[in-house]
Write a protein that binds this ligand. Structure first.
Ligand SMILES: [Zn+2]
Ligand SMILES: [Zn+2]
Length: 611
């Protein structure tokens, strides 16, 4: 990756400033602000219509506007707004303008800019190679300004896949040669065994005590991943082609239901001294409960109900959002019938009690203890230069090269802390608990503001082994947050950096013999709508799946992808990642038509107001 010269930084930011001034709409809102927000809020089809409606009027003033793209907007702005309203509907246009001018305008603008094209707002970081994304339009050569379409010429942007390098991989085995039916059989068996294995881990007393909330969260992901974008619920009754997916989802839902039952029983007696790890486990469990609409243990849902609820597209977390509750009427009413006779205030387990204790507990912590850095400062966190990016060793002060591996030492983007900040700030807002520690009040938007500066991902040889792995986890968890851990697909144009990074590094993580990252990469590609139709990536996906199958076979074929002597967390987490990766694609099924599947708008694109 090349470093852009500093003159480029300046001229680009100047271009944007003058464009914003020229397209001023009202109350300090420019057309550019409006388009950045609309790009997140409306579908790709509608968005490209809006952009094209706007470029049709783009040359209205004539003269130099014909040769200098984006000049003369100020004269046509009123006409442009009318055309956009015609293209996407007046209500949606007004909702976006209201968001940009209303009481949450600062947050909405931060979200829109945070997810937009890299505008080098990261100038404080001198050693980051930017932009990683191609910012110029392939048709007209102008700056694209937006991700999905060119605001200069109006054409939609076509995402080009990188040339994929195939490394020669270790342990290539006869699985590679096996036919699709044999592989599909092995895949389904490995998934079923994986679910049993994770369930067994969840039932070990010490593992449940320490990681119960995390395991509940992972089972929830397995339940909904089988029905990505609501495929199961729509066809739950009949289609034989969905039979395997329904079985997977139900099997995971049975384990999930059992663990929720146990968790709600055992967590009533939560003591006052809660450690950080336990807090985070509670947040994960509460997120899973919130998605099922569980407030207490009066009437916990059955596995079939869980599976039906979680594989629908609509999102049941209703607080502070515009998600409609009546989508779940059917399931809700059947649960009401089973409701126990005693009143809910006599219930032994109440989510609101747990949340109150959670809120008290986090007040005891410093923000850096929780998230690794303070996101409210809105600066990219950097690692300590003494921390070796290659082997992870923390060296003593004053040395310039690592004493263990001789790698050159310098400060880097702290992707470990960024992952924590992104995940926890999102989850806390989702469960409706403000993330207020003793020295900071953190919101998800705080973390989003620095995204443009950290999405220029680096290769393993640029970054060092240890930090590369942390960067990989950041990439996958960014995709997880945006898709609610694989509950729905994402529009790939908005996640170009991540898609290109994952596709280019899938072979690398197999080469590193890392089943966790291999499984996570597979799942992320599926979330980004990659299918057999993407012919350059498909052979690598196929290869990654055979690697996972082969590894499970080497560990005895019992759903384990790690040694019995490994740490408990590694045992269940590796099994989970491999299982969810295998669940993402079938060997024999027809190509998933991701082009027609319209991805829903991620909840992360909404501003949440708590309290
Ligand atoms: Zn163009
Ligand atoms: Zn080192």
């Amino acid at each position: 990756m090349q470093v852009m010269p500093s003159s480029w930084h300046k001229s680009r930011s100047l271009l944007i400033t003058s464009f914003e001034a020229a397209t001023h709409v009202h109350s300090g809102v420019s057309l550019f602000d409006l388009f950045q927000l609309l790009e997140l809020w409306i579908s790709w089809t509608d968005f490209t219509k809006a952009v094209s409606a706007c470029t049709a009027l783009h040359y209205v003033p004539g003269g130099s506007a014909r040769t200098i793209p984006l000049a003369g907007w100020e004269l046509g702005t009123a006409l442009i707004l009318r055309s956009i309203a015609d293209a996407i509907g007046g209500t949606r246009l007004i909702a976006a303008l209201e968001a940009l001018e209303g009481p949450q305008r600062t947050q909405h603008r931060a979200l829109a800019q945070g997810f937009g094209v890299c505008f080098l707002s990261s100038f404080q970081l001198v050693d980051v190679s930017l932009p990683a994304l191609k910012d110029t339009c392939m048709s007209c050569g102008g700056l694209r300004y937006l991700r999905s379409a060119c605001l200069s010429c109006g054409l939609p942007h076509n995402l080009e896949f990188p040339m994929l390098v195939k490394l020669s991989l270790p342990n290539e085995d006869d699985f590679i040669q096996a036919d699709a039916t044999v592989l599909e059989h092995a895949r389904l068996n490995a998934i079923a065994a994986g679910i049993v294995y994770i369930d067994t881990c969840g039932h070990e007393h010490n593992i449940f005590k320490e990681f119960g909330g995390d395991i509940i969260f992972l089972f929830r992901n397995l339940v909904h991943s089988a029905g990505l974008n609501g495929h199961i619920s729509e066809e739950v009754a009949s289609l034989p082609s969905r039979r395997d997916e329904i079985q997977m989802s139900l099997q995971a839902a049975r384990s999930f239901a059992g663990l929720i039952q146990r968790w709600t029983t055992e967590h009533v007696r939560m003591n006052n001294e809660i450690e950080m790890e336990e807090i985070l486990n509670i947040v994960e469990a509460l997120h899973a409960l919130a998605q099922l609409g569980i407030e207490n243990d009066d009437s916990l849902p059955l596995a079939t109900e869980i599976s039906a609820m979680l594989t629908t597209l609509e999102h049941p977390i209703c607080t502070n959002t515009r998600v409609r509750q009546d989508d779940f009427k059917t399931v809700e009413s059947s649960r009401l019938k089973r409701k126990k006779t005693f009143a809910s205030q006599n219930s032994r387990f109440q989510v609101r009690d747990v949340k109150r204790r959670l809120q008290e507990a986090i007040l005891q912590f410093d923000v850096t203890d929780m998230l690794g850095y303070d996101p409210t400062k809105r600066q990219v966190p950097l690692t300590d230069a003494k921390h070796c990016a290659h082997c992870g060793k923390v060296n003593s002060r004053g040395v310039t090269s690592c004493v263990d591996c001789n790698a050159f030492l310098r400060a880097r983007i702290d992707y470990g802390s960024l992952t924590d900040a992104l995940v926890w700030s999102y989850l806390f807002e989702e469960i409706g608990v403000p993330l207020v520690c003793n020295n900071a009040d953190v919101s998800f938007v705080d973390v989003v503001t620095i995204l443009p500066a950290v999405r220029a991902y680096q290769r393993i040889d640029e970054l060092g082994h240890d930090f590369f792995r942390l960067q990989c986890y950041f990439v996958t968890h960014f995709i997880y947050v945006m898709s609610d851990w694989g509950r729905h697909t994402l529009r790939r144009e908005l996640f170009e950096e991540e898609l290109v990074f994952i596709a280019s590094n899938l072979t690398q993580v197999i080469f590193m013999e890392d089943p966790e990252l291999t499984g996570e990469f597979l799942q992320c590609l599926r979330i980004l709508g990659v299918s057999r139709l993407d012919s350059t990536i498909w052979p690598l996906i196929h290869h990654a799946m055979t690697y996972l199958l082969e590894l499970e076979r080497r560990h005895g074929g019992q759903g384990a992808w790690s040694k019995r002597s490994d740490m408990p967390y590694d045992r269940y987490h590796t099994a989970y990642c491999a299982t969810v990766g295998l669940m993402s694609y079938g060997f024999s099924q027809v190509a998933i038509d991701s082009s027609k599947a319209s991805s829903p708008i991620p909840r992360a694109f909404q501003v949440r107001v708590l309290g």
